[in-house]
Design a protein around this ligand. Structure first.
Ligand code: ADP
Ligand code: MG
Length: 140
């Protein structure tokens, strides 16, 4: 299987509870390697741009408010089939539906405050990585 990259965010509910290490440990144990990482406080413009695909959804405003409510950790993850591997360890969007052993089952507070973001396709992974990282910040 091909080694690929995906984009991850450890969300404000997780930074607030000081569990960025615990989340990252689960990513690493799932076979993903952190090849770029930085802690940032997203601006409203960044959040709105990043989630533009959801701009017509009823939860869009609340989501942008949540994502700017505290620091986040943005990461580039590398591994075999990284996008799907990350989605598998993240678990379902709603923690009530998330399987045992997933990050959202272990840590998510709600369908909104669900601890992690992960790209949903290779194409979006590239767009999302480029949104937050320059090539020189990614060290594989
Ligand atoms: P995922 O993060 O699993 O790819 P989506 O792309 O559908 O899920 O949604 C993006 C984010 O928007 C979710 O991770 C979650 O934080 C928030 N969200 C999704 N659905 C809802 C909802 N019904 N109510 C509130 N927030 C939601
Ligand atoms: Mg999504």
């Amino acid at each position: 299987m091909a080694v690929t990259r995906t984009f991850s965010i450890i969300k404000p509910d997780a930074t607030r509870r000081n569990i960025t290490g615990a989340v990252t440990k689960m990513l690493e144990e799932a076979g993903l390697r952190v090849v770029a990482s930085k802690r940032i406080h997203m601006t409203r413009d960044q959040a709105e741009g990043f989630y533009a695909v959801h701009s017509e959804r009823p939860f869009y405003n609340d989501l942008c408010a949540f994502m700017t409510s505290g620091p986040v950790v943005v990461q580039v993850l590398e591994g075999d089939n990284a996008v799907q591997r990350n989605r598998d360890v993240m678990g379902a969007t709603n923690p009530a539906d998330a399987a045992e052993g997933t990050i959202r089952k272990a840590f998510a507070e709600s369908i909104e405050a669900n601890s992690v973001h992960g790209s949903d396709s290779d194409e979006n992974a590239k767009i999302e990585i480029d949104f937050f990282f320059s090539q020189s910040e990614i060290v594989g």
